[in-house]
Design a protein around this ligand. Structure first.
Ligand code: ATP
Length: 459
């Protein structure tokens, strides 16, 4: 049976993955806090990205830039002028909605799958009337005309709240990379092609957040800006498109829940020559997991124009040029939600029992293993095993309840290996390892345990 959002939200909350934000004060709409296990899972996802996209890449280096930036950055990037979503207000209950999403949902209800993003506003107005769309909040059919809404969060730097002090929370991490392009190229002695990646928070004042952590106003991104010569951009775009797809497969997402969607020309952002989304089949339907865009020389050209810095690169035998840029951009929270949904299973066992299991890839699992003493009398030996492992792996120690109960508890949080220290362990210096997915057991000498785990939990 396919997992529902209700099941995911409930398990996430009850097992310490994700809690509603500001809960004791009645919450703050669409904010979420990652609990102890969620924080582990999230860190493991970010670490896996950094490993694959930065450390294992012959081209790329990492960076960590400030969230608050000079206002001119966002003027140059086009976000002050263009970072808008089409919005309508319900005249009856005053609720605000994203016009393109309302239309897409109404079309989907008629069995028509169409992307409305990028459609001219009068056309959207016409469709809202023609499809007789009702306000999802109150059911009324009376909307204002579609208009633009800038999604950047504004704040003020310093004590005076006047226009000259107005700054924005970054809506993407990419611009921090572009403004540091020359510093990185020089200090790291980089030559084209090369990439700069970073992981960090971004903020967008989304009109209609929702679907748990899928769309929130504060979220994390893992972005790579990969610079190359113009003319080589199409090849590199194909390369990163495939690379991203292969990577989400390698961390465990199932093929049948993934698809690639190439954007049609009229749907492309103002700066993009080509964009492909990798979409995931969430319990609420297909949704964008990540995007790969060919941003051409748009960003560096804009920054050259506004900052008067020279962003041209010289390559032997060629006229100086501004590099092209391919951007794979992945949302950490969306990927975590996909990993969570993909891993979830309620298994009917032979004895009639139901076992809830999270089949995380061991490299992503919050705990790599849990050590159980079969009896409290065996605590010394079991604790020695546990203490030896924790210097290298995140491992739980659990001595409460029957072994069966302990297995279930760890199945439910996705611990791939449960290690039982029993009476025989005192004699043969070996332990039993039970596999979460197959429930098979193997006996492994304590002396080999670290090697065994290392082998089994890597990507
Ligand atoms: P959408 O069409 O869903 O609004 P987008 O095309 O605006 O997404 P991008 O600007 O391409 O998204 O951002 C890159 C990635 O950042 C997305 O693929 C997604 O994983 C993540 N992301 C963007 N907006 C949000 C959000 N509001 N909440 C969570 N993740 C987000």
């Amino acid at each position: 049976m396919a997992v529902t959002m209700e099941q995911l939200v409930a398990l996430a909350k009850h097992r310490g993955f994700i809690f509603p934000g500001s809960d004791i004060y009645g919450g703050l709409a669409n904010t979420w806090d990652y609990g102890p296990l969620g924080a582990e899972l999230k860190n493991n996802i970010k670490r896996a990205w950094w490993q694959k996209f930065i450390h294992e890449s012959p081209f790329n280096v990492g960076l960590d830039t400030a969230i608050l930036m000079n206002r001119q950055v966002w003027v140059a990037s086009g976000h002050v002028g263009n970072f808008n979503d089409p919005m309508v207000d319900c005249r009856s209950c005053k609720a605000r909605h994203r016009a393109d999403k309302l239309i897409e949902e109404a079309l989907a209800a008629r069995g028509e799958e169409r992307v409305v993003d990028g459609m001219p506003f009068p056309e959207m107005d016409r469709l809202i009337a023609e499809l007789n769309i009702a306000c999802p909040d109150c059911g009324a059919h009376d909307f204002t005309p579609v208009r633009q809404f800038n999604m950047m969060f504004r704040t003020f730097q310093g004590v005076t709240e006047d226009a000259s002090n107005e700054i924005f929370l970054r809506p993407e991490t990419a611009q921090g990379i572009f403004v540091n392009f020359k510093h990185v190229m020089r200090t790291m002695r980089k030559k084209l092609p090369f990439g700069i990646g970073q992981v960090g928070k971004s903020f967008r004042n989304e009109i209609t957040p929702g679907n748990f952590t899928f769309r929130t106003r504060e979220f994390e991104q893992m972005e790579l800006e990969f610079f190359c010569e113009p003319g080589e951009d199409v090849r590199w775009f194909e390369y990163w498109r495939q690379f991203c797809y292969d990577w989400v497969r390698s961390i465990g997402l199932r093929e049948e829940n993934l698809r690639l969607r190439d954007h049609a020309k009229e749907q492309l952002s103002h700066y993009s020559k080509a964009t492909t989304d990798v979409e995931y089949k969430f319990p609420f339907g297909w949704g964008e997991l990540l995007g790969v865009a060919n941003r051409t020389d748009y960003d560096l050209s804009q920054h050259q124009q506004y900052s008067h810095e020279d962003f041209q690169v010289t390559v032997e035998g060629k006229e100086p040029f501004i590099p092209y840029c391919i951007e794979p951009s992945i949302g950490v929270d969306r990927l975590l939600l996909a990993v969570f949904a993909d891993a979830y299973e309620e298994q009917a066992l032979e004895d009639g029992d139901i076992r809830t299991v999270l089949h995380f890839h061991p490299a992503l699992a919050p705990y790599k293993a849990a050590v159980f003493p079969l009896s409290k009398k065996l605590a010394d030996g079991a604790q020695a095993v546990w203490k030896d492992l924790i210097s290298e792996f995140h491992v739980d120690y659990d001595d409460s309840g029957s072994i069966g109960k302990r297995y279930r508890r760890h199945d439910e949080i996705g611990t791939p290996y449960c290690i039982t220290y029993d009476f025989q362990s005192e004699e043969d210096r070996a332990v039993t390892i039970r596999d979460r997915d197959s429930m098979d057991q193997v006996r492994v000498p304590i002396a080999d345990l670290k090697d065994w785990l290392r082998e089994h939990v890597r990507l």
